[in-house]
Design a protein around this ligand. Structure first.
Ligand code: 13P
Length: 278
């Protein structure tokens, strides 16, 4: 079924966290779905603004609805600071969007997020907001770590109450992109946030590089949405680099992409399994 974040959270809270995988190109779509199916898990396919522009809203939505016939699936616009673009995504059939006003001052972030919520909720579209700063590259393909500004619990409560968002991206120690070392998650902060934020689905950004153990622990502590982007891109490219050098112009392109596609299935299946609770 084609379900928004709110509907997914209601259905799966206490049973499993939900993987939100960043689609980078057309090719990956069926393999992300196959991985979720193998794991028997619901799925969030998310696109950056760049991917949405590359593939077009219509292709993404039509394809998603086709797959949603036999899997619970949401199509979500990841980190977007452009409200006009968000409105276009909603009008084109995305059933979830993220307004990222984390770089704005707090009150302005609230005001803009509320505006998005008002438009989205009337159309049964869920909204994710962000406060604090997760850092790193948000298109998920660069290797850098910025300083994290941890989410403050009081701010999070006020933000959720005033905006009525469905999901909140919290900064608890993960960053977007590749890590130089191991992600250090502040579980104490996560506990505080979970106790105070009952009506909202919390979102872990920067899933690449977070260990299976930490992923599962976050799910146990009530985190609902688990974003993974760079890991897909990285594995896809690594397989292409391995398999393409031996290719001739007559080699089957499909054959050459086989290992890259299979790597996507494996990652999605594995990550989805790790956040199951039962
Ligand atoms: P990674 O690219 O680090 O997995 O993060 C993905 C993400 O959080 C997208 O918003």
């Amino acid at each position: 079924m084609y379900l928004n974040l709110n509907e997914l959270f209601k259905k799966y809270r206490g049973k499993t966290g939900i993987g939100a995988f960043n689609l980078h190109c057309m090719e990956m779509f069926p393999y992300i779905v196959e991985g979720a199916k193998k794991s028997n898990s619901p799925l969030i396919i998310q696109t950056s603004k760049g991917t949405a522009e590359y593939l077009g809203f219509d292709w993404i939505v039509t394809t998603a609805k086709l797959f949603a016939k036999d899997i619970d699936l949401c199509v979500h616009l990841d980190h977007c600071k452009d409200i006009d673009f968000i409105i276009k995504a909603i009008d084109s059939g995305y059933n979830s969007v993220m307004y990222d006003g984390s770089s704005l001052d707090f009150e302005e972030n609230i005001k803009n997020t509320k505006e998005v919520v008002e438009y989205a909720h009337k159309r049964n579209v869920s909204v994710e907001g962000e406060i604090g700063s997760i850092g790193g590259s948000e298109d998920g393909i660069e290797e850098k770590i910025n300083s994290i500004i941890y989410t403050k619990a009081e701010d999070a409560v006020k933000f959720v109450e005033e905006t009525e968002i469905d999901a909140l991206a919290v900064a608890i120690g993960t960053v977007h992109g590749l890590y130089n070392g191991k992600a250090k998650i502040n579980f104490e902060l996560l506990d505080t946030l979970t106790k105070k934020l009952i009506d909202v689905g919390m979102v872990l950004h920067g899933g690449t590089g977070v260990s299976d153990e930490d992923f599962h622990k976050c799910a146990e502590k009530g985190m609902m949405k688990f974003n993974v982007g760079t890991e897909l891109n990285k594995n896809y490219i690594e397989n292409i680099l391995k398999d393409f050098p031996s290719a001739k112009p007559t080699t089957s392109l499909r054959g050459l992409l086989k290992n890259a596609n299979e790597s996507i299935v494996k990652i999605v299946e594995h990550r989805s399994n790790v956040i199951k609770l039962a």
